[in-house]
Design a protein around this ligand. Structure first.
Ligand SMILES: Cc1cc2nc3c(=O)[nH]c(=O)nc-3n(C[C@H](O)[C@H](O)[C@H](O)COP(=O)(O)OP(=O)(O)OC[C@H]3O[C@@H](n4cnc5c(N)ncnc54)[C@H](O)[C@@H]3O)c2cc1C
Length: 392
């Protein structure tokens, strides 16, 4: 492990050991096929099984359910290391890992015992189904409906852009659906519950995968629900409160996205250093031109900023401090900076940076989603502004 990746105020021995393990895994297992997977737009099931053996899917799931009972810093370390090379893999792991932790938080003991061990190892993927075709930022405006029918729930509606919903491992989705208000829709928004819905239940259809500019070898589909009947005990959390419970619980989930931005920035820095130190222009090494060296210095400084914000937020979470502001600030700044880093790194590669099979071109494409997923930059600014008492 390079010494500069150590953050002595925040990393314990166990974090450094985990960082080394994941970094070695990435060199040995992730790196060889990353360009092929990206260009083909295909998730590799063998890679997912290897990641399962590594233990990355159940990092924050208690050991009794097959997880590692690790902390958020460990989750961020994995997200960062994967993203140095392969942001598609990082998001695949992220969605499964947060779904498993959320499921543990919302489900009762019987459901946990039945479903959580498979989720913790990644043998069964559970997608997270919140966003709808009408909009994701205003996530509480949900058109999908759940109606009680005897001892069952009947679900109708559609979800959009759902990660991990069509892989060979995809078996469930944590679905958010609204209830009709008694007496019609007057009096504010309908209450929203969370449900565990099997993807092979009659009436569920998984639409064709989206062609995407980035995160190409991650798996993203629309989902449709047509009179889907699920048993009453698949309600997660309290009836009518599952959405609020999930949102309040998942504040920390923005921090691994900041870690992904930090990893992507590091990947750009490392690729640019390698490229620029092995190339000449005007009979001099490329790096001896001050403009190039300063450009790389900027990449390095921005990468450090992403990492510091990420691990400050994760450390505060792990030590029981409030993180509402830190989660939004780290996600906002790291994702915006990663886009600047990717732009500059691609520029410093000249024409090679425009070639689809170069590492920086992949990072450039993958960076775009970081300011959009898990709450756009505007949503993060809204949260930060509200924390300052501003009326937005
Ligand atoms: C590859 C991919 C994977 C995804 N995976 C999942 C998943 O697994 N599960 C899931 O539930 N969702 C998922 N999403 C959805 C993602 O969370 C949403 O795309 C995101 O929240 C933005 O929602 P939207 O696309 O509907 O944009 P909109 O909400 O329509 O926003 C459009 C633009 O308007 C801006 N905007 C909206 N409201 C305001 C406002 N009040 N003030 C200022 N600006 C505003 C936004 O910031 C944005 O720039 C995924 C998306 C992608 C692209």
């Amino acid at each position: 492990m390079a010494e500069e990746l150590d953050l002595p105020w925040c990393f314990e021995e166990e974090h450094l050991a985990w960082q080394k393990t994941v970094a070695e895994f990435c060199t040995r297992v992730v790196a060889p096929g990353v360009v092929r997977r990206d260009l083909a737009g295909q998730l590799d099931p063998d890679l997912i099984r290897e990641v399962g053996n590594l233990g990355a899917f159940g990092l924050r799931v208690p050991e009794v359910y097959g997880g590692s009972g690790a902390d958020l810093r460990s989750m961020c370390i994995a997200a960062e290391e994967f993203s140095v090379l392969d942001s598609s893999l990082a998001v695949t792991v992220h969605v499964q890992a947060i779904s498993a932790v959320l499921f543990h938080h919302l489900a009762d003991e019987d459901l946990r015992a039945e479903f959580l061990p498979g989720m913790a190892t990644g043998e069964t993927f559970c997608a997270f189904g919140l966003t709808e075709p009408t909009g994701g930022s205003d996530a509480g405006n949900i058109g999908t409906r759940a109606v009680r029918n005897g001892s069952d729930w009947i679900i109708n509606g559609a979800k959009q852009f759902i990660t991990n919903s069509g892989t060979p491992f995809s078996k469930y989705v944590i679905l958010f659906a609204a209830h009709e208000r008694e007496g019609g829709s007057a009096g504010g928004r309908a209450p929203i519950s969370a449900f565990l819905v099997p993807l092979d239940a009659p009436g569920v259809s998984v639409g064709p995968k989206y062609p995407k500019m980035g995160w190409r070898s991650s798996d993203t589909h629309p989902l449709y629900f047509d009179d889907v009947r699920i048993p009453a005990n698949h309600l997660l959390g309290q009836e009518g409160r599952g959405y609020r419970e999930a949102l309040a619980f998942l504040t920390w989930a923005r921090i691994p996205i900041a870690a992904m931005a930090a990893g992507l920035a590091r990947g750009c820095l490392e690729a640019t250093l390698e490229f620029a130190t092995s190339r000449d222009s005007f009979n001099r090494p490329l790096t001896s031109h001050q403009a190039v060296a300063f450009g790389i210095a900027d990449l390095s400084a921005m990468t450090d900023t992403c990492r510091l914000l990420t691990y400050d937020a994760a450390w505060k979470f792990d030590t029981g401090r409030p993180i509402e502001r830190e989660a939004a600030v780290s996600k906002l700044m790291a994702s915006e900076l990663a886009n600047q880093v990717a732009y500059k790194a691609s520029h410093l590669h000249g024409g090679y940076g425009f070639m689809d099979d170069s590492h920086v071109a992949r990072h450039y494409r993958d960076a775009r989603i970081l300011t959009i997923g898990e709450g756009t930059s505007e949503v993060q600014r809204m949260l930060i502004a509200r924390g300052l008492g501003l009326p937005v």
